[in-house]
Write a protein that binds this ligand. Structure first.
Ligand code: ADP
Length: 403
């Protein structure tokens, strides 16, 4: 029997998201989420995608990732999709930080595990959780290929001029300080899907991808290769996000330490969790912010304007980085759903060849679609991202070659 299924695991510190796909057509067989691992109120939400079956919820304490993955395996087995199935070809793991070393998806062995561990100082919250997920899955199916797909990998093609900060080179290198970028799996998928929407191959087009979720990042993609991205050493740099500040003068940090008497940890929390949209207006959900704007709320209006201003600066910057732009693609929760953000992001940029058609922008649809007026010099598109499918595709491409 040919093994054509891939299980994708995205292990966070207290959660595991998963999806089982059939790679013959990329269809989903099951998907789910385990939340609040380690608490008394853990919850497993499992959605088998066969016709006629509904979501199942299991609540109660799930002690650790091992117990979580065993519970997931149990739910999958109930649907005849158990992890012991010969049809399972591999498990693909999302790994946040791959440093400079991991430029591609990689089959996991002990050396790879050690290297992901060595990168923990660069992603102290994420890589340990990703590692726990990998170790648990390996223990469950030691014989099965496990593949790491890195959030940073797509950005490793950035030239040094974009990847380096202008600080002392020895100091930077000693501490591995450079711009790594994140959301790479999404930027890779969306830039390719945008080329497809234009009916061209990725090598022929230059695309600006705007991944606007709770976290947000922009990338400049030339001929399928990333040449710049807005996140840097960590996901804090760049655009205004749900709870993160994005770009700011680094001297703000010294000021908060010296004048504000705050510790490094307090500032870390301020900039990552209490800034961005939530810091500006108390809400980080764009739906709620738009509702407040429509009611005339001034703080929400200002938060929206600051968000859009930063976004426009990056669009302009990446037009300059790329020289010629074929498409601007909006993706993720805000990018796919918030028509007012898309409209405001390109308003008045006709000089750069950018415009949206009001009706096309307001229309709702599931798949990739153009929202620029017919004949526009630069295509503006809404392209739903699918990181799990991309992880599965990259995983399967690596291990499915023997067929
Ligand atoms: P994450 O970064 O957590 O993966 P998502 O890509 O799912 O985030 O985006 C989540 C965000 O998308 C929400 O916080 C909200 O601001 C925004 N969002 C989701 N649906 C809508 C909508 N219909 N209109 C406007 N914004 C939306």
């Amino acid at each position: 029997m040919t093994a054509t299924r891939v299980l994708v695991l995205n292990s966070g510190s207290s959660s595991v998201k998963y999806r089982l796909l059939d790679m013959r057509d990329g269809s989903r067989l099951a998907a789910g989420l385990v939340e609040r691992i380690g608490e008394q109120t853990s919850r497993l939400k499992h959605t088998p995608l066969a016709a006629g079956t509904g979501t199942r919820e299991v609540t109660g304490p799930i002690a650790d990732h091992d117990a979580a993955l065993k519970a997931v395996a149990g739910e999958l087995a109930r649907d005849g999709l158990g992890l012991d199935s010969p049809e399972l070809a591999a498990i693909g793991h999302r790994v946040v930080h791959g440093g400079r070393r991991f430029t591609e998806p990689t089959v996991i062995d002990d050396t790879v595990l050690a290297e992901i561990e060595r990168l923990i100082p660069l992603a102290p919250l994420h890589n340990p959780a990703n590692l726990t997920g990998i170790r648990t899955a390996r223990a469950l199916r030691p014989d099965l290929p496990q593949v790491a797909v890195f959030d940073t990998a797509f950005h490793t093609t950035m030239p040094e001029s974009a990847a380096r900060y202008a600080i002392d080179v020895e100091t930077a290198d000693a501490h591995r300080i450079r711009r790594y970028g994140f959301h790479g799996t999404s930027h890779a998928y969306v830039s390719r899907a945008t080329a497809e929407l234009l009916g061209r191959s990725p090598e022929e087009v230059n695309v600006i991808v705007l991944h606007l979720g709770n976290g947000a990042s922009a990338s400049a993609v030339r001929g399928g290769r990333c040449v710049d991205t807005s996140m840097g050493l960590t996901p804090l740099e760049g655009l205004v996000m749900g709870t993160r500040s994005g770009d700011l003068d680094p001297a703000v940090i010294f000021h908060l330490m010296r004048v504000g008497g705050m510790s490094a940890d307090e500032i870390d929390t301020l900039l990552n969790k209490r800034s961005g949209l939530i810091g500006l207006c108390g809400d980080n959900d764009m739906r709620e912010i738009r509702r407040r704007v429509d009611e005339g709320d001034e703080r929400a209006r200002l938060a929206f304007d600051i968000y859009v201003h930063r976004l426009r600066k990056y669009i302009g910057a990446y037009c300059a980085v790329l020289g010629t732009v074929d498409a601007v693609a909006f993706t993720a929760g805000v990018g796919e759903n918030a028509a007012p953000v898309r409209e405001a992001a390109v308003a008045g940029l006709e000089g750069l060849g950018l415009a949206v058609d009001g009706e096309l922008n307001a229309a709702r649809a599931d798949g990739p679609r153009l929202i620029s007026p017919a004949g526009a010099r630069v295509a503006v598109a809404v392209v739903p991202t699918d990181e799990e499918l991309e992880i599965a595709t990259q995983t399967y491409a690596l291990v499915g070659k023997h067929d």
